[in-house]
Design a protein around this ligand. Structure first.
Ligand code: GDP
Length: 306
């Protein structure tokens, strides 16, 4: 991800290196190149506009510091502004004062929610937590089984409404509704002292008002401490409308970027925190359960400018 953007920004800065002093025209030309590079990477138009506006303003007013040459100053400004659009500080999962901490996952079908559920469960388990996964995606026929497979791989129990995990008592009768499953999952977590509950919900290919309402009902039933919106980083310019639809329909407290390993342009990754005002907590970088990282805006910005 970001290889092209990274190359283009780097060559833009390289052109500046030969200059002893930057004129307003030099800065404008640089900002234009940055704007084009970001737009070609599919970063949302309003985000690009704000970003380049700030970079221009700061570059024009930059004090000539003895330690940095003009090119380095521009790189520093771009780096700081990139950290800003990526959300600023690293934000970790907020844990409830009274466990279990309830985490609800929302997003389009195929965004990577179920995979993420397993990754997050494994990550939390490795930190000493005792998560329980809840299969409240009853829309897609395979979703429950898929979560069970993921749970098994992560070594984390799954509360599911199908007799797929016979031998366990973490089952509800088939045909149960997702809200009831989520509620029963929460009761189970309390009874068995799981300190984190991760609830997987259904998503459709497009934004769907019925499923949005269902996710909102699940939210009201389990009162999550965190609602994580999982978004495929390859979604391109649709990122903004999709994120906005989920913000309006369910609301969310944080974002997870999935498929950051893809070679697409990745503009969604660069737009979504800024557009929604919600921090990116995690990144999913492959199909394996260990392809998962806590998201650090500063490290991501450095990676892009590397
Ligand atoms: P859900 O419908 O939102 O639950 O999405 P899934 O978890 O089923 O993921 C959809 C597809 O994307 C599956 O084939 C996953 O293996 C794949 N997938 C999920 N996360 C990633 C990721 O970070 N990178 C890649 N390359 N594939 C992923």
């Amino acid at each position: 991800m970001f290889a092209t953007l990274s190359d283009r920004l780097t060559s833009t800065f390289k052109n500046l290196r030969t200059k002893g002093r930057l004129s307003e025209a030099d800065i404008d030309a640089t900002v234009r190149e940055i704007r084009r590079a970001l737009l070609d990477a599919d970063v949302a138009v309003p985000v690009v506009r704000e970003f380049t506006g700030k970079v221009r303003e700061r570059a024009l007013s930059a004090e000539v510091s003895g330690a940095l040459n003009p090119a380095q100053q521009v790189v520093k400004i771009v780096n700081e502004e990139l950290v800003g659009i990526l959300g600023g500080e690293t934000r970790t999962l907020r844990l409830a004062k009274n466990p279990p901490t309830v985490v609800l996952l929302a997003g389009l079908q195929g965004a990577g929610k179920t995979t993420l559920a397993g990754k997050l469960a494994l990550h939390l388990k490795s930190q000493g937590h005792t998560p329980l996964l809840v299969a409240a995606d009853l829309q897609r026929p395979n979703a429950v089984t898929q979560l069970q497979v993921v749970g098994e791989r992560a070594g984390v129990p799954v509360f599911a409404p199908h007799p797929g995990n016979q031998g366990s008592d973490d089952v509800m009768p088939a045909g149960a509704d997702p809200v009831a499953v989520a509620r029963a999952g929460l009761e189970t977590a309390r009874a068995r002292q799981h300190d984190v509950l991760i609830v997987d919900t259904a998503g459709r290919l497009g934004v769907d008002s019925e499923l949005m309402a269902q996710a909102a009902d699940i939210r009201d039933a389990v009162e999550p401490d965190e609602i994580l919106f999982v978004i495929d980083a390859m979604i391109g310019q649709d990122a903004v409308t999709t994120a906005q639809a989920f913000a309006d329909g369910v609301g969310f407290t944080g974002v997870v970027l999935s498929k950051l390993d893809g070679d697409a342009r990745g503009g969604a990754a660069l737009s979504v925190a800024s557009v929604t005002g919600r921090p990116i907590l995690y990144a999913s970088t492959g199909e394996k359960l260990t392809d998962f990282e806590v998201f650090h805006p500063d490290r991501m910005a450095s990676r892009i400018l590397d």
